[in-house]
Design a protein around this ligand. Structure first.
Ligand SMILES: Nc1ncnc2c1ncn2[C@@H]1O[C@H](COP(=O)(O)OP(=O)(O)OP(=O)(O)O)[C@@H](O)[C@H]1O
Length: 225
């Protein structure tokens, strides 16, 4: 079996800054759920940006489903299959209502309005935020926005989820609900988190990002393969 995603020999530095990645290598198989830990500023968010093709100049290779991502078309495909939950949900919600935001992805992918609407309500219910569907996103609390942004991603039915601090700003009940959902989700997950209890609940292997490389931490085993 081939890995779902391979990051190969990644080298990257923001202009005028020391390198964030020094030949980083990483791979994940379908249905694995892994956590990346690391100090503030270690480069966890930047790692997600690299996978999503959001960094201009980088050296190395991103391979998804065995194919090297090189062209705009490749990147478009990857972005349909990989859902990225930004650290700040404000960056992800921009429509007049939360429902419009959750409909946006499926409609953009070419689903009919009926199919998209079914999907949208199904994820809103799963995340227990259906009561918020008709609210403008700017009126939601931080935790509600985070769940709303996740709903918008799940509605696109991605294969791989990149979750940047998904439990941040959630109260205990919402965090427990979310960890339950993510644990049972039949998807591949790479999560960056400082919330060790939440990460312990959801993920198997943990990697530490430090000095520009990812290191598998001992005592963790691969799950789901
Ligand atoms: N657009 C940018 N331009 C220049 N430097 C940046 C930019 N974005 C991030 N950085 C720097 O790159 C480094 C890595 O940032 P990044 O946000 O990836 O870290 P992180 O591990 O996600 O941190 P945290 O745990 O605080 O979320 C930091 O030193 C940060 O200041």
């Amino acid at each position: 079996m081939k890995p779902l995603l391979v990051v190969k020999d990644l080298i990257f530095a923001y202009p005028g800054k020391p390198p964030i990645f020094n030949g980083l290598n990483f791979e994940i198989y379908a249905k694995e759920k892994v956590c990346i830990i690391g100090k503030n500023g270690a480069g966890k968010t930047t790692f997600f940006y690299a996978i999503m093709g959001l960094l201009g100049q980088l050296q190395g290779e991103i391979i998804f489903e065995g194919k090297s991502i090189r062209t705009k078309e490749d990147l478009r495909y990857l972005r349909q299959k990989v859902g990225f939950l930004f650290q700040d949900p404000e960056d992800q919600l921009f429509c007049p209502t939360l429902l419009d935001d959750v409909l946006f992805g499926p409609l953009n992918m070419g689903l009919s309005r009926e199919e998209a609407t079914d999907r949208a309500w199904s994820v809103l219910k799963e995340l227990k935020i259906e009561d918020l569907a008709h609210n403008p996103p700017y009126t939601l609390s931080g935790g509600q926005k985070r769940l709303g942004a996740l709903a918008a991603i799940l509605a696109m039915d991605p294969q791989l989820l990149l979750l940047d601090e998904p439990s941040s700003g959630l109260d205990e009940e919402a965090a427990n609900n979310l960890s339950g959902i993510l644990t049972h989700l039949d998807k591949t997950i790479i999560m960056a988190s400082h919330d060790t209890d939440f990460a312990e609940e959801v993920t198997g292997p943990w990697y530490e990002l430090s000095s520009g490389n990812l290191r598998l931490l001992h005592g963790k085993t691969r799950v789901g393969i």
